[in-house]
Write a protein that binds this ligand. Structure first.
Ligand SMILES: Cc1cc2nc3c(=O)[nH]c(=O)nc-3n(C[C@H](O)[C@H](O)[C@H](O)COP(=O)(O)OP(=O)(O)OC[C@H]3O[C@@H](n4cnc5c(N)ncnc54)[C@H](O)[C@@H]3O)c2cc1C
Length: 369
């Protein structure tokens, strides 16, 4: 997502861009399957919302079950998507504008003969040369480790997610396009189940902060429906009984963030820079925000100054809009992991509408004086 969209935006600015990926077509992968409002707004800003295929209708009504009561929300603008469908559609569009190479990147090294140039070594292909390389290689790709990049890691901040398709036993339609069942935030580790329509299929995601050694991890994977009935006791009240009609996909993540590297001519974005807990629904926000800041603020500046020095590249990582999105994502993760923690409380305070209003008022007062 980060690489494709960056390529599109930079080609539109008249830059010569080469997009490199291991795969011609993205294979089915378990990643973001629902677009949130802020993500829809950024896709629309990049003129890409209409290129999402299949073009699902907004989910519309989302029936939420929270703290033991049902709260209904109307007009929720969210879309159910299969990640690889979106990526393949984007790639098709982007490859009309930029050269698309299918190759595995093995390493990115500075050209010893040309200080403003990077050499991108590819498996089974001639190397590429460029003044700027955007690394958008996703979760734990390790591509920049060879270049000496280090990561701040917290393996205790971990998260396990499950995804599967469901239907009613008589195949009749569900009452709503989307359901959410949120458990009381505590250290229990199971956060919520979200059920939503992708095209004709109803998809379910279960998000947890369970550690891999927790016996519930296998229970949710191998004995899914009874485990759901156990951990979400009112689920059938919300959705009526259903059955699983696909295998249960499972994906585990832990927290890392790249330490600000001293790299000339190389910049990392999306999951390649910082990982995300799927529970928080902030992965694509982070990706799209990185793309926005990089392509609309920094890349034009670097090319105008013809300078790709690490000091200038590092200004991207320190840019307020970027840092805010990264911090929001990691704080939200910490809050789900431990709602009583200090960062959890800070996160909750920041989310509180009353506090937001007060901060805004204080900022305005400061401006007036
Ligand atoms: C289970 C799960 C559910 C999620 N749900 C949500 C959600 O509901 N909402 C949300 O906002 N976020 C969600 N996320 C997070 C979101 O999916 C990610 O943040 C986002 O997809 C990351 O995009 P990216 O472009 O950084 O990386 P990716 O989409 O992973 O792209 C990386 C690309 O790099 C290529 N690549 C890697 N190494 C090489 C190499 N050496 N050479 C060539 N190519 C290479 C890969 O082939 C791939 O195409 C979820 C994540 C997971 C795991």
């Amino acid at each position: 997502m980060a690489g494709c969209i960056s390529a599109k935006l930079l080609a539109a600015q008249g830059l010569q861009v080469i997009l490199v990926d291991r795969f011609k077509q993205s294979p089915p992968v378990f990643r973001a399957e629902k677009l949130e409002k802020d993500q829809i707004d950024l896709l629309a800003k990049f003129d890409l919302l209409s290129q999402r295929r299949p073009l699902a209708d907004p989910l519309g009504v989302n029936v939420n079950y929270n703290d033991g009561r049902i709260t209904e929300h109307h007009d929720v603008e969210q879309y159910g998507i299969r990640y690889h469908d979106t990526i393949n559609q984007l790639r098709q569009e982007v490859s009309k504008l930029v050269e698309y190479r299918v190759a595995k990147v093995e390493s990115i090294v500075e050209d010893p003969e040309h200080p403003q140039s990077q050499i991108i070594h590819l498996a089974d292909a001639e190397p590429l040369h460029a003044p700027l390389v955007i690394v958008a290689s996703g979760y734990r790709s390790g591509l920049l480790k060879k270049r000496g990049v280090q990561y701040r890691e917290d393996k205790d901040l971990a998260s396990i997610s499950y995804g599967f398709d469901i239907e009613r036993p008589d195949q009749s339609p569900f009452d709503s396009n989307a359901y959410g069942y949120f458990l009381k935030p505590d250290k229990n580790g199971i956060d919520y189940i979200t059920i939503f329509r992708i095209g004709e299929t109803m998809r379910a995601n279960v998000f947890t902060q369970l550690k891999s050694s927790d016996p519930r991890v296998k229970e949710l994977k191998n004995n899914t429906y009874p485990a759901l009935q156990k951990y979400f006791p009112d689920l059938e009240k919300l959705t009526d009984p259903f059955q699983l009609i696909s295998k249960v996909e499972m994906f585990a993540t832990y927290f890392y963030q790249m330490r600000t590297p001293e790299l000339n001519g190389v910049v990392a974005i999306g999951d390649a820079y910082q990982s995300v807990s799927p529970t928080t629904g902030t992965g694509l926000s982070k990706v799209l925000n990185d793309v926005d800041v990089l392509c609309n603020v920094f890349v034009p500046r670097w090319f105008q100054n013809q300078s790709f020095d690490h000091k200038e590249i590092n200004e991207f990582y320190q840019f307020a809009q970027k840092k805010e999105a990264d911090t929001h994502s990691s704080r939200s993760w910490k809050w789900y992991a431990d709602p009583s923690s200090r960062s959890g409380l800070v996160y909750r305070l920041k989310q509180n509408k009353g506090v937001q209003w007060l901060v805004q008022k204080l900022k305005l007062r400061k401006l007036r004086h």
